[in-house]
Structure formats: C-alpha cells, structure tokens
Design a protein around this ligand. Structure first.
Ligand SMILES: [Zn+2]
Length: 253
C-alpha cells in the first residue's frame, strides 16, 4: 500500500522537496506489512505495564504497510537504497534465521560477519537514527549527515559510539534521542532482529551491549576470513532506553 508523498524538508540533503515515505527499518528487512499503533510517548511511559502486560489497547487507529516516516526525498531514498540497504537486509536476514533456528532461551549468539560490509551497515544504522529524529538532531550533530551522505567516508569523531544487540521479544523502540541519568545522551532503535544504541559524548562503554563503533574501520579489517561477533539477545518490553528486563522480572517487581 502506498502512502503517497508529502512536501517537506529532506532530513539528508536538507532541501525542501517531495518526500517519500521512508520505511524505518528498510522494507526488505521485515518491515513490509507491519501493523502498528502510534502512541503518545508520555502516555506509554505512564502506563507501560498496562499496555505491555494487561492488554490495554491504544485509542489511536491501527496503521499498516510498514513503520516509517516522511523523512527523505526521492533522490536520498534512492541513494540509501543503492548504497546501504542491501547490506542491512543481508545482515538482518542472517540474524533472523539464526534466532529462529535456535531455542528461545538462548541469550547470546556468535555470528560470522565477514560477508557483511560493516561500513555500509553502520551508515544505514546512522541513516535510521537521522530518519527517526526531527531536524534539530542533525542541526546538533551535522557530522552524522556527512557520514551518511559520503559513502566512502570513514571519518566520524569518537564522541559517537554505536552498540548493537539481537531482539525478538517485546516492543519496538523508535530511535528518538533521550537524555538519561545513567547513560547520558542515547538514541535507541529496536526492530527485530536488531537493537541499536547510539551513545553521544559518553566516554564510558555501555557494558551489556556489543560495541560496533569500529565498523567504520571496515576497510582495514575486511581481508579477514572470519570475523566473529558475539551479540546478546535482549527483550524490550518497556519503552525506556536500555531497559532489558525480562517479562518475569517486570511482573515480579
Ligand atoms: Zn534529500
């Protein structure tokens, strides 16, 4: 189902143009026919338990045809499509099949990612954070724009650190920027099979997640035959950033 187009300012080239409905994550990464509700965040925070475990139904109408926003113009959409999206799709299908072919109780997986162009993958993740946030985000952090727009660039300052995990249980997380007391400034995006965290200006490593900031140096490591990565699998029941409590932990508290 097409959602049409809209006139607005593109979040990537910053020109005012006709905007496409951008699937976030890409349509080919299990986001084709997703049905979902758009919920007010404050409402969701207040009633996290009711929505998650007590069958409270949102009053808003059910949306369908994949999650996304009118973020990018046709040219920028095409640019991402031809440069980064296939890599993201490949990795997400690999991760999904590993999760699904194992017992639900398995909490960590080792994946061989030597076939994945990790620089492209990191740029697609960055594009997801840009698409999910409003314009003030890249006005504050213009470096992220340059990193995505220039497909060859491996330059990104150390103030930006990326992390990932696997996910197939709980709710999606929308990638919006949050200022937290424990982790400083973070954006978290979760859509099965992946969760990503972008941490800004926090010199401390987030220990429970696998850091993937070094994916930007892919050109230096791509010769390796085997490139193993260990990813934890976390549930995301509540909408709070970096909250990975299990269903049991939440219901016992
Ligand atoms: Zn554009």
């Amino acid at each position: 189902m097409s959602k049409g187009t809209r006139i607005g300012k593109c979040k990537l080239c910053l020109e005012t143009k006709e905007l496409n409905f951008e699937h976030i994550p890409p349509r080919s990464a299990f986001n084709k026919d997703t049905k979902y509700y758009i919920l007010d965040q404050t409402e969701l925070y207040k009633k996290a338990k009711e929505y998650t475990f007590e069958n409270l139904k949102p009053k808003s109408r059910k949306e369908q045809g994949g999650i996304g926003e009118f973020s990018f113009c046709f040219d920028c959409n095409g640019f991402l499509g031809s440069n980064y999206v296939r890599t993201y799709k490949k990795f997400s299908h690999m991760a999904m099949s590993i999760i699904q072919s194992n017992d639900k109780k398995v909490k960590a997986f080792q994946l061989n990612i030597s076939e994945i162009n990790l620089l492209k993958f990191l740029k697609q993740i960055t594009a997801i954070f840009i698409a999910s946030n409003n314009h003030s985000f890249t006005e504050s952090y213009p470096e992220l724009l340059d990193f995505v727009r220039n497909e060859k660039s491996t330059e990104l300052s150390d103030r930006f650190r990326f992390y990932m995990y696997l996910n197939n249980e709980g709710q999606n997380r929308n990638g919006h920027i949050h200022f937290t007391n424990l982790y400083g400034t973070v954006c978290e995006f979760t859509y099965s099979p992946f969760g990503f965290v972008l941490s800004i200006d926090n010199p401390k490593r987030i220990m429970q997640l696998s850091e993937i900031t070094n994916f930007k140096h892919y050109e230096n490591i791509k010769m390796l035959d085997k490139l193993p990565i260990i990813l934890n699998k976390y549930p995301t029941y509540y909408p709070f950033p970096l909250d990975y409590r299990t269903e049991k932990e939440l219901n016992d508290s």
